[in-house]
Design a protein around this ligand. Structure first.
Ligand code: UDP
Length: 481
């Protein structure tokens, strides 16, 4: 059957921006090599992809979209709740994950109809390995994590070092890694820390098991960024993996590169004008990704900390705190008037790539989501690390300890939506340090810049990621014939 047909790869990202963004960028990478690609998603998530694809006109013929219905209402969510972004409360996050299993039947139908060469599916869809196998289609896993995180997760799973300490705040060593990485139970991703037998734990177990049985793993990273961990993951742990990132660099050719199908909450022109009026390296960009929301008291600490740092800033505040969407009562009295011209607050969605790549931006305060971490690396700026949940604490270690291009703001504990874990003094200190700091920061800035150059080289013809992608495409071609 599939002989002589064009290579045709299906991508099936999880329904969250932190997963959809890299999946789309990954599809673009393949499409740019002449591979026919199809993205599978739900009707309400489809515009995110189609808008971007339309803008990148030369790719439009190579990237297709197939939608499958998501029974959100029938699953106990509200009608139209098709993205983690719109899940109204933390209690509904697990039901949302569970509901995604209903996508199996329609997915199988699509696979049977189109018989793609390969299915690249998110780690949160563990059932896709078997679904694809029914039709003899290999499934490749996309975790959206670094080699360091993948290796650390595997080590913790094998050796359970977190069960050998006496308290949640006692640091333990993650065994057998190429670098000495210590964490506390408080900082472990929720999916590892949970000892309870809930369905999230079950899902992650399934994710691990189906990962082992899958064809391989694609990693959004590049070899030069974490060579010891890439080698460890592939050679010591023996996982068949290809590193083909940073995916965000596939947006290079796209003029309106930042929008990516999400409406930005600030006019891009306005944002650019603001940045153009600033000196190089004089603005700190502060963002916590697409999911993390803080309590009102934490937002106040950030605001006053930024003010006290004396630095110019762009600060992205996700719409709505836990205490009420759109409610801006939390802003300190007169804050925005005082910060006029000095600080720009973006409520909602910021054109992150556009901002990070601007020469006025001299540092990045990041929650260490893997996409943001890599985007900071590509921009070549030092970072202030402020991990919130998931794999963020691993990424913080990579930035501060392994690469030495970041300073921690001092988060001790996994917090989400409640409390103020970081005080204004710590915010001010870290921001001032990374923007003004002396010799140490100069050194850090040099390293960061060098990494940014390496990242760009990796995806260019002849670069490590470029070559690994060629190898993967070749291998899939051979499979298909
Ligand atoms: N992002 C953006 N504008 C925003 C917030 C996020 O463009 O206002 C993008 C960001 O560039 C990154 C992604 O959304 O590509 C967030 O992914 P990440 O892994 O950093 O964090 P998550 O949102 O999954 O916590």
């Amino acid at each position: 059957g599939r002989k002589n047909q064009k290579l045709n790869i299906f991508f099936f990202p999880f329904l969250a921006y932190g997963h959809m963004i890299p999946a789309l960028d990954m599809a673009k990478l393949f499409a740019a090599r002449g591979v026919k690609t199809t993205i599978i998603t739900t009707p309400l998530n489809a515009p995110f992809f189609s808008k971007t694809i339309q803008r990148t006109r030369f790719l439009a013929q190579e990237i297709h979209i197939e939608t499958i219905e998501f029974p959100s209402k029938e699953s106990g969510l509200f009608q139209g709740c098709e993205n983690v972004d719109s899940v109204p409360s933390q209690e509904l996050v697990i039901p949302f994950y569970e509901a995604t299993a209903t996508l199996r039947e329609p997915l199988e139908q699509l696979l049977g109809e189109h018989l793609p060469t390969c299915l690249v599916a998110d780690m949160f869809f563990p059932w896709t390995t078997d679904a694809a196998a029914k039709f003899g289609i290999p499934r490749i896993v996309f975790h959206g994590m670094s080699f360091l995180s993948l290796s650390a997760w595997e080590s913790i799973r094998l050796y359970e070092p977190h069960n050998k300490v006496l308290s949640d705040s006692e640091p333990f060593l993650i065994p057998n890694l190429p670098s000495e990485i210590k964490l506390t139970r408080f900082q472990l991703p929720e999916f590892i820390r949970q000892n309870v037998n809930n369905s999230m734990t079950k899902l992650l177990k399934e994710a691990e098991e189906s990962g082992v049985r899958s064809y391989g793993v694609v990693v959004n990273s590049f070899y030069e960024l974490e060579p010891a961990f890439a080698d460890h993951y592939k050679k010591v742990l023996g996982v068949k993996a290809w590193q083909i990132g940073p995916f965000s660099l596939s947006n290079k050719e796209n003029k309106e590169k930042s929008q990516r199908g999400v409406e930005t909450s600030i006019d891009e022109e306005e944002c650019l004008n603001w940045l153009n009026s600033k000196k190089p390296n004089s603005v700190v960009y502060v963002s916590f990704g697409s999911i993390a929301k803080f309590s009102a008291s934490q937002l106040v600490e950030i605001a006053l900390g930024l003010e006290a740092s004396g630095q110019q800033f762009i600060w992205v505040v996700r719409c709505g705190t836990k205490n009420g969407d759109g409610n801006e009562d939390w802003l300190p009295e007169g804050f925005e008037e005082r910060m006029e011209g000095k600080g720009l607050v973006i409520r909602g969605w910021a054109p992150q790539l556009l901002i990070l790549d601007h020469e006025a931006v001299g540092a990045f305060v990041t929650h260490c989501g893997w996409n943001s971490t890599l985007e900071g690396v590509c921009a070549g700026v030092p970072m202030v690390t402020w991990p919130v949940f998931a794999d963020h604490f691993f990424n913080e270690k990579l930035l501060t300890q392994v690469l030495k291009v970041g300073v921690g703001v001092g988060v001790q504990k996994w917090v989400r939506w409640e409390g103020d874990s970081v005080k204004r003094e710590a915010v001010a200190k870290a921001v001032k340090y990374v923007m003004e700091g002396g010799e140490e920061i100069k050194e850090m800035r040099k390293k960061a810049r060098a990494l940014g150059v390496m990242a760009k080289r990796a995806v260019e013809e002849g670069g490590s990621s470029y070559s690994d992608l060629s190898a993967l495409i070749e291998e899939l071609r051979a499979l298909a014939s």
